[in-house]
Ligand binder design. Structure first.
Ligand code: TRP
Length: 437
């Protein structure tokens, strides 16, 4: 068997994890929630959750992968086997199935984004009614070729492998994304009337901290935004050498993910206010409000194209991580070659998503099913496998391997009791609220 690939170093690894973490959640969810749930007050629960739980979750996933040099499926199966526990192979598939589900619907949206990039470049939005343009396209067969292009882009990168594909692309695309975000933020903040949006984001309404919904949404946001699925970051961790500092990599991922979400908020909300538009959540924000902003903005064509280019970077780097999960699992289980496996996963995920191309209702139902039930369940199962079955003490030793400042004993109860129980709460709250991530 060929030797397992690995990231060339800490920088490539961290940028790849940031690439996974920064995605649509940072753009179409965070900015809206920040405004909706008390402005700067929302940052209090959000930062508590993302810095404490997000980084513990990331450390667990990285170390689970690295300790066995196997992805989620192979690693969890092995842990069950070592303890002679039944159903290991079945339980171990769940996180990978969840991630594959995310891949299926996410690439549909990446297709829409590529189409919007192209439309901004050629100035389409100056001529059309944007809501009509979106509804004539999303949920119809005309989105299929764009979706195919999104899958193809992802396939190309994943085929090239960990160092030559995933790491290399993230090393270019992540710094580029931050540069574009900063340019766009300056543009947005200097628009006449942007001040209202800045106030909306920054003036804290502390009364929101007394409302449970603020905490629930901050918790869901924190889990989703760092890609905790029990698979995605386990796989990246499995390509990590033992001398890399996992706690530091985890905290860097959280910091840059949070910065990008704040930058996105200061791009979108102030400019929406400047043009008298209502900031919304979800697809409508990105595909209706945002192009309407650029339509009215001086130099909107160029800024709009730049914006959608940066969203392509953000979303493709996430899709790459989503595809690598099932690809690694199949390569591991069947000893398949990377090229063939990527082709099979790519084709499967593309075909499986065609019904979602054709119907927005199906798209909504499928993406809710995956993000409410399967993927949080996967995160819970991986955390239980690592912190309970493998054992909290051994987990801490694995996390600390290669770390400049090893974490103390406190990490054991923090992982075993706090993180696992809060992950279960995230799953339950998601079911109660119909989705919080
Ligand atoms: N973190 C991504 C975002 O904010 C979404 C996401 C959730 C993800 N789970 C993932 C990305 C797994 C890659 C892999 O949009």
């Amino acid at each position: 068997m060929k030797e397992r690939e690995s990231f060339s170093g800490k920088l490539g690894f961290i940028l790849s994890c940031i690439g996974s973490a920064i995605g649509l959640g940072n753009i179409w969810m965070f900015s809206w929630r920040l405004g909706q749930y008390g402005g700067a007050a929302f940052l209090v629960p959000y930062c508590i959750f993302v810095f404490i739980l997000g980084s513990i979750g990331l450390m667990g996933e990285f170390a689970l992968g690295r300790s066995r040099k196997k992805g989620s499926f192979g690693g969890i199966k092995e842990i069950f086997k070592e303890k002679n526990l039944p159903f290991g192979s079945i339980i171990a598939t769940i996180p990978t199935i969840g991630l594959t589900g995310i891949l299926i619907f996410y690439t549909v949206v990446v297709g829409w984004i590529i189409r919007y990039f192209y439309a901004s470049l050629i100035g389409t939005f100056n001529k059309v009614d944007i809501p009509t343009y979106f509804s004539n396209f999303a949920g119809t067969s005309s989105s299929i070729p764009w979706h195919a292009l999104a899958v193809l882009l992802t396939i190309i990168v994943v085929t090239l492998g960990v160092t030559k594909g995933i790491e290399k692309v993230n090393k270019i695309v992540m710094p580029a994304l931050f540069i574009i975000f900063i340019i766009l933020m300056i543009r947005s903040l200097t628009l006449p009337g942007a001040v209202k949006g800045i106030k909306y984001l920054l003036i804290p309404d502390w009364s929101y901290l007394l409302k449970p919904i603020t905490w629930v949404m901050a918790l869901g946001q924190a889990f989703f935004t760092v890609s905790l699925t029990g698979c995605a970051l386990v796989v990246y961790g499995s390509y990590l050498n033992d001398d890399i500092d996992i706690p530091s990599a985890a905290i860097h991922t959280v910091i840059f993910d949070t910065i990008s979400a704040l930058l996105a908020s200061f791009i979108i909300i102030p400019s929406a206010f400047a043009f008298g538009l209502d900031p919304t959540a979800g697809p409508a924000l990105l595909f209706i409000t945002v192009p309407s902003i650029f339509k009215m903005m001086p130099g909107g064509n160029i800024f709009g194209a730049l914006f959608f280019l940066s969203i392509i970077f953000a979303s493709v780097s996430s899709a790459i991580n989503m595809m690598e999960g099932p690809v690694e699992a199949l390569m591991h289980q069947f000893n398949w070659k990377r090229t063939n496996t990527v082709f099979i996963v790519g084709l499967f995920s593309f075909i499986a998503a065609i019904p979602l191309d054709l119907s927005m209702a199906k798209f909504g139902a499928f993406s809710d099913f995956i993000t409410v039930y399967i993927s949080p369940l996967g995160a819970v199962l991986a955390a239980i496998a690592f912190f309970w079955i493998y054992g909290a003490e051994k987990a801490r030793i694995q996390i600390n391997k290669g770390s400049a400042k090893p974490l103390g004993k406190w990490l054991e109860p923090a992982g075993k009791y706090m993180f696992v129980s809060i992950s279960i709460i995230v799953l339950i709250l998601g079911i109660i609220y119909g989705g919080i991530g």
